[in-house]
Design a protein around this ligand. Structure first.
Ligand SMILES: [Zn+2]
Length: 432
């Protein structure tokens, strides 16, 4: 239902720095972040850094800072060639800064998207939100399910996950520089290319509510009063439901602990995957499994005191061995599963990877099977990050190794509380 919707005329003043940023400059942390953010917001064609700078820290040294200085020089070379030698410095209200201001929000893939921005209704301060919206523009050098999301492709559209039968809100903002002032344009037209897949439910003040009506992909195109357009890919996903079978290797120390743990795991998975992937998890019947392993003709049972080392043939054994280690292979765990279609999670307080002493868990891509090490104190387990990461691999998700991946669930090292799943990566999951 395309139509005409008018935004109120307002003027945005924004983007300022207090002091100089760059080579040999003052470099106040907030100023450094601001300049990185502005460069990230400008496409490569216009001399910008196109989201390749880590704009979450404001450090004035280190490799991230060197990249910033280089990006400033590239930007200066693009716009001031023949006027001055690029010095890698941005001064408040001088030519470089004014040019950065002027180009905010423009994309230079032809006339496409020039001046129109889209943002989620609940921004989290990054390129993605927890409702499946992504501005990350992630792509794979090696296409297909095997490759990591290892590059940013500025030509790709933003992506919004829309649950089948549910809605999502996108916030559009169109602006132009008029006599040195940034002014808002009105979004005059909105169109969905395949209205069988999604439809527009309502529009007000640039907030567009879309509803998923059939699983699949379609494009929402926004046009402003200057006839500039921006495409947003809509990925409508049906609800997928998985049972989670939690297997405790060896008897747990505390009665009832297994059910508590399983509930925590299911809650953690739902908090990450419900809104971002339209996936739901329910507890299966949990089980204590006590594998016995025959070593030299003697059967040994896994107990809570055993150290279980997961080691597959051909993999390095890079951790120090102890005589009481019980070494198992992934195939042993696979053989213990009740149902290979369910998500199988193996836990133990002393389970380890032979590859690295510090790996808290492991998974085999697409196998729906993972293990992770639980703490004796179940309340302290963060099921939303580590477990959801391993479960993600076991469902097919690959790592995101691009810059600016802080906060992403599939960050290879999980530096913090990582829960964001950029919508383009949902293509790795079942139903994608
Ligand atoms: Zn991983």
């Amino acid at each position: 239902m395309p139509g005409t919707y008018t935004l109120p005329e307002i003027t945005i003043t924004g983007f300022s720095i207090l002091n100089s940023v760059g080579l040999g400059c003052q470099n106040l942390p907030e100023d450094v972040k601001e300049v990185k953010w502005m460069l990230n917001n400008i496409s490569v064609e216009l001399g910008g850094a196109a989201r390749t700078l880590n704009d979450e820290d404001g450090f004035a040294r280190g490799p991230d800072f060197d990249k910033l200085v280089n990006a400033i020089k590239v930007f200066q070379l693009r716009h001031f060639k023949g006027q001055f030698t690029p010095d890698g410095q941005v001064q408040p209200n001088r030519a470089t800064f004014r040019k950065l201001q002027e180009l905010q929000g423009r994309r230079a893939t032809g006339q496409q998207g020039d001046g129109i921005k889209v943002q989620p209704d609940t921004p989290i301060g990054g390129p993605c939100d927890t409702f499946g919206f992504s501005l990350a523009r992630l792509d794979k050098t090696k296409p297909g399910p095997a490759g990591d999301w290892d590059r940013i492709n500025p030509a790709l559209p933003p992506v919004q996950m829309v649950p089948l039968g549910g809605t999502r809100t996108l916030n559009f903002l169109a602006s132009s520089m008029v006599n040195g002032t940034l002014e808002l344009e009105s979004i005059s037209d909105l169109k969905i290319s395949n209205t069988n897949i999604a439809e527009i439910v309502s529009v007000s003040d640039g907030n567009v509510v879309v509803k998923g009506t059939c699983p699949g992909r379609t494009t929402l195109t926004a046009r402003d009063s200057r006839r500039r357009t921006l495409d947003v890919a809509l990925d409508v996903r049906r609800l997928l439901s998985f049972k989670v079978d939690v297997y405790h290797l060896g008897a747990p120390r505390v009665r009832g602990a297994l059910d508590m743990l399983a509930n925590k795991i299911v809650f953690g998975l739902n908090s990450v995957y419900n809104s971002q992937a339209n996936m739901m998890f329910t507890p299966g019947p949990n089980r204590v499994v006590v594998p016995s392993i025959t070593i030299g003709g003697t059967a040994r049972h896994v107990s809570a005191d055993s150290r279980i080392v997961v080691h597959d043939p051909g993999e390095p054994f890079a951790i120090p061995r102890t005589p009481n280690d019980i070494v198992i292979q992934s195939s042993h765990l696979f053989a213990l599963r009740r149902d290979a279609l369910n998500l199988s999670v193996f836990v133990h307080e002393r389970i380890l990877s032979s590859k690295n002493l510090h790996h808290g868990g492991e998974s085999w891509i697409g196998s729906r099977t993972s293990w992770f090490r639980i703490l004796p104190d179940i309340a302290a387990i963060n099921a939303a990050s580590l477990l959801s990461h391993e479960a993600g691999h076991s469902l097919g998700l690959q790592h995101v190794t691009t810059p600016n991946n802080a906060g992403f669930l599939m960050h290879p090292n999980l530096p913090g509380n990582n829960i964001i799943i950029p919508a383009e990566t949902l293509a790795d999951l079942p139903g994608g």
